[in-house]
Ligand binder design. Sequence first.
Ligand code: PMV
Length: 322
Amino acid sequence: MSFSAESSPNIAFIKYWGNRNDELRLPAANSLSMTLSSPTVSVTVDHSDTTVVESSKELTATDIGRFEVTLENIRRYLINLGHETCIPGSLSIQVDSKIPAGIGLASSAAVFSAFAKAIAGLANCGLTDEQISEMARLGSGSAARSILGGFVALENTGDTAVARQVAPQDHWNLYDIVIAPDTSHKKVGSSQGHRAARTSPLFDKRIQEIDRRMAECSDAITQKDFEKLAAVTEEDCMDMHSVMQTQNPPLHYLNDDTHRIVEELTALRTEQHLPLLYTMDAGPTVHVICEESAKDTVLAYANEQKGCQVFEASVGGGAHLV
Ligand code: PMV
């Protein structure tokens, strides 16, 4: 019998950048994000004589290799838990993505959280969400956070790192208006970027700041204090990009459009006292997180941007079997 799970990306307020163990994708520090309601990705797994990966989007050999390695690591993880017989030796894997091409929304969090959830359905051995988040993390660090809905931390505990819900989906009605400038540049993927993070002279300083930022961010979410959330999120985003730009080789993900959009949005925020904040991941795309009262203004601004794709999401419920 096949098992399908659906999931979506998340957007981090406190970013994950750099690992303490690259193979197991154990993050160097904790992170905190909001799970998005859309766009969705579904992954279906079934028993098969050989492992085959198929997708609605074209997959490269590297993509297929990543599924194979992740499957092997998940199998090892389940064996360590004493679930040798739960997972077959090979699987057929079907990936269907509704993430629009060129939107610049990293899909790996959605894909590997759906993959882990579908495998957990197939394995049927009573895995907890915490354990499924560990399985998702083996495919993509940020995928661990999309296992849960609402506001989610990925926390290092002992020799592992697991997702924990900071607040549920209905706690705070926030939106992510995604503004994706057109870019023809092929970016260096985050897996490769994480590996070189430590070469930045700013990396250690960043790690030292994370516990304070995590506490501030978590308090801001609990108290629904938008100004506090904006201050710590923007501080952490720019700090992560300073690390990226000073690592070896340097990674310059932001472009002129990103800087212009950020400048214009912060001016709009000051003029109209709007509850909005900006944050960017490994690409030039600007995520504008806002409260309901700022949504129409942000959307109108976003839709005026020539050559940009716009996408709107609210807070999502996390990966689930379908
Ligand atoms: O999970 P990965 O390997 O795609 O890394 C995600 C890295 C960032 O998106 C830049 C930050 C984050 O915490 O999501």
